[in-house]
Design a protein around this ligand. Structure first.
Ligand SMILES: [Zn+2]
Length: 324
């Protein structure tokens, strides 16, 4: 754990210096193309230095006036800079440092507290899910393709698979959009495989990660494996304990493919614990499963099922397998 933290802090340092270097390169480029811009920057620097040395010896009234004139001048120069950038076709933030995380400016901390991006990195390390970022850059609300779903009547369903998916999609976008509201909303995706359930989990995960939320995505197979290690293999218990804590406390837990694990009384009671404690703490959860509701009862029992039916919005996926 300690090692992970110091490794991550090193990563942050290199992120910061990368962002600063890239900014410097942009500044140099802009100075070459727009010489007036360099003059302005030089003037701003000079004024800044003067301001510190001049204002010290003045009485308070003159100091006030001096500072007022100073900030007026700086403001003017900055406005001229922006106008120049615009005139030459540069975006207005062209000369700013572009951090990966704008919340903590790639320091990992906000006022001595770990930034959500830092916690997310710790989670990712703990679960070695470092490839999450790659998946999410491919699978998100922007890349979701509604046209993949047929617009023809399917079996006895009143809505076509595409209309149904449109409803689901807006439900999911709403879920992500209103995530900060304490509305106790949880989602249950059910229906056969190959209908975009995992894809939608990823869409929501991406949206919330961008908002700085702590998201944990686990297949049910992995989830129960971790729980098993924690309960039955004390040697790995410390690591598993940390993973378990994240399961209970992360902002959003996604359990994908519930029902594909080997279920038994252990998995049943563990699932109940997780679902129930997250409900009590009003933390949101998304569960996706290929099981039908009656199979959920058979596999996990009435206790889990009644929690889900009372507190989860069930969204049914149907249509032809998209992977065909
Ligand atoms: Zn951050």
């Amino acid at each position: 754990m300690e090692k992970t933290v110091s490794e991550l802090l090193k990563e942050y340092q290199s992120l910061q210096s990368k962002a600063e270097k890239e900014r410097d390169i942009r500044v140099q480029k802009a100075h070459r193309t727009i010489p007036r811009l360099k003059e302005i920057d030089d003037t701003i620097n000079k004024l800044g230095l003067e301001c510190t040395s001049y204002s010290i010896g003045l009485d308070s009234q003159s100091q006030k006036e001096y500072l007022k004139a100073f900030s007026q001048k700086i403001k003017q120069l900055k406005e001229e800079k922006l106008a120049l950038l615009k005139e030459h076709g540069y975006p207005s933030d062209y000369l700013d440092i572009k951090y990966v995380c704008k919340h903590c400016k790639d320091t990992g901390y906000i006022e001595y507290k770990k930034c959500a991006c830092f916690k997310q990195k710790l989670v990712s390390k703990a679960y070695s899910q470092s490839n999450l970022g790659n998946i999410l850059s491919r699978e998100n609300f922007n890349t979701f393709d509604l046209d993949l779903f047929s617009n023809e009547k399917y079996q006895d369903y009143p809505k076509t698979p595409r209309q149904n998916m449109l409803d689901i999609l807006s439900r999911c976008e709403g879920f992500a959009h209103n995530f900060e509201n304490d509305n106790a909303e949880n989602l249950l995706f059910y229906g056969s495989t190959g209908l975009g359930k995992t894809f939608l989990c990823n869409c929501i995960a991406k949206k919330l990660l961008d908002k700085g939320k702590l998201v944990l995505y686990l297949t049910s197979f992995k989830l129960f494996k971790i729980l098993e290690e924690f309960r039955f293999r004390p040697t790995d218990a410390l690591m598993a304990k940390e993973q378990l804590d994240y399961m209970l406390t992360c902002d959003l837990l996604i359990i994908d493919d519930l029902g594909t694990e080997l279920s038994n009384s252990f998995t049943t009671s563990e699932l109940f614990n997780i679902v129930n404690s997250r409900l009590l703490e009003r933390r949101k959860t998304i569960i996706s499963t290929n099981l039908k509701p009656e199979q959920l009862i058979d596999t996990y029992g009435q206790r889990v099922f009644s929690r889900m039916s009372a507190h989860y919005t069930a969204l049914k996926f149907y249509g032809r397998d998209l992977r065909m």
